[in-house]
Write a protein that binds this ligand. Sequence first.
Ligand SMILES: Nc1ncnc2c1ncn2[C@@H]1O[C@H](COP(=O)(O)OP(=O)(O)OP(=O)(O)O)[C@@H](O)[C@H]1O
Ligand SMILES: [Mg+2]
Length: 374
Amino acid sequence: MPMQSETRQDLRLIGGSAATRELDREIDVAAQSDARVLITGETGVGKDLLARLIHQRSRRRLAPRATGNCAGVSDTLIEAELFGHLRGSFTDAYRDKPGILESAPNGTVFLDEVGEMSPRMQASLLRFLETGEIQRVGGATTMPRVNVRVIAATNRDLGAAVAAGAFRQDLYYRLDVLHLRVPSLRERCDDIPALLEHFLGHYARQHRSPARAWSAEAVGVLSEYSWPGNVRQLRNAVERIVLRAAGPCIDVRDLPLDLRGAAAASVTAGSASAYTPKAETSAGDLLGRILQGGESFWSAVYTPFMSRDIRRADLKAVLKEGLERSGGNYRLVVRLFNMPDGDYKRFLNFLRQYGCHLPYRSFREAPLARARVA
Ligand SMILES: Nc1ncnc2c1ncn2[C@@H]1O[C@H](COP(=O)(O)OP(=O)(O)OP(=O)(O)O)[C@@H](O)[C@H]1O
Ligand SMILES: [Mg+2]
């Protein structure tokens, strides 16, 4: 359960587009009250960052901030993570443990991926939001009420999920008091030059590489690109470019082919930088969404797997590719698949629970070139 204390400097919304300036104002408004906030937007647009900014600008900034992820693994484990559990209430519950909602008194709890909750979890969360009472898994009585502000996020269209009967309307209304919609990067391409500048400086410092600058042409090409994985994809792309580029000026030829637009990519398709699915398998599509689109494993693979839209063989094929690229290192696979480092255990539990765990040893002999996380 990550608890963060961040400096103001780490937390900035980069970009001067009208949409981003408006978002910044909405963050200020949200920070002034204790109202629940629902943050929606595509993968990688900055929902997590917004939640952190709201907490940091609010009266609660000195109290803890905790994050609970509502996707992944079984209901029991998610319920135990949010509400806590009593010793012996399920197989791995060796001692009493408070849940995330209890762990940030007077602070903020960020519930990520709320759109993925099962009906049972939706009912438990609704009960908590209505009464403020927490019942630990395996406990008969409720715990004393906690003062916690809830911010929720999802990359689903919750209104549509409500209309389709997949998400409870009463819970939706409880969560959706203030609603921050984060536009995709395509809808605010004016932000792209500032983001490129910001991440270039950041990664040049982090990797101790000489100061670099973008050529005007490179910025032009990258501003035209559609960025399906939004800011996360841009950030990852800049890191790779910093690690690869040689000269002080980053020009169009230093850009990965897949970012140079459809024309350039089709001429030289199959380059080492792009993932090219061997066949039109859904595993290939899923990998493209993760590796190029910057989408997280949870939304690209876990969700369709749980709703039986993809097969176990597809999931295993995706995992196999991840293990090959990371030289059999599951921690690197977590990063490669756009999950926060803290999701490592959750990821492994999920794979084991559904019989999809692959032995890492067979990937350890992979040539070094593959071990690089692209
Ligand atoms: N406007 C911005 N300025 C600076 N950094 C940003 C901005 N927007 C996003 N980022 C950075 O991009 C990365 C992805 O953002 P974040 O994790 O908040 O996305 P998300 O919407 O929560 O994605 P997901 O739906 O996949 O969880 C983070 O490193 C975040 O700090
Ligand atoms: Mg997120």
